[in-house]
Each structure stands twice: as C-alpha cells, then as structure tokens.
Write a new protein. Sequence first.
Length: 143
Amino acid sequence: MKYITVIALLLSALTLTAQNNPDAILGKWESSEKNLIVEVYKQHNNFQARIIWFNNPGNLLPETDIKNPDKDLRSRKIVGMDVLSGLEYNAKQNRWTGGKIYDCTSGHTWSATVWLASPDELNVRGFYLVRWLGKTMLFTKAD
C-alpha cells in the first residue's frame, strides 16, 4: 500500500508540474529514433517547433523542402524550418492543443496535440480529423 501511495504522489506531482508550467515543453527535444532534434519555442501565446538538426546518412533525404505543395517554399532548408505551430496550452486537458504539424517528407500538414509523459518525455500526435487517425512520436529532452 505504501508503494501505491508513493506512485500516486509522483504521478500527481508530474501532472501538477505541467499544469503549473505551460512552458514545460520549451527547449530542445530529440526523436526516439535519434535522427532529429527540434527546438520548441514560444511566440506570443503559441508554441512552435523548428528543426535544428537531423541525421541524413548518405544524403538519402533532401536538404530542402522539395515536397512542399507551395512551389515557392521548395528551396527552403529543412534545418531551421518550423514544423510545428499554433499550439496553445489547455490546462483542463493538461496538453498543448490546436496545433499544426508539417511533415516535410510528404508535404502534408496535420493537426497536432502535445503532452508530457514525464518532464523528460514529450509526445507529439499528428492526426487527420480525429485523434485516433494519426501517429504519436516520442521525444526526449536533449542536452
């Protein structure tokens, strides 16, 4: 019983940390595949993320946004590009919602929701229309 109480208190502390700190997602995050680092930053009341590093062994991926539906943006560099925008912190849901995530490998933009699994684990869910039609990516806090 003592262990259950300790676990419950720890989970409550994690939840309260995020609820009391909408800025908890700010900083650098590395993908679980270790091939991408993004930096989450705040602009006005919205949270955004840009690619600051990606591993491209053998130059298999293009260095520019060649799949973008806007022909004028196809020459922009992947590194430095905003890929997540418009997130707002929702204290009731303990999530950052209402965002858009851009997939430069396909040129598609999806709806996005972000939440902390722990102070060092960030989940990013990109989806189409409803949350269960999507994919969740895991990021860990980067140095």
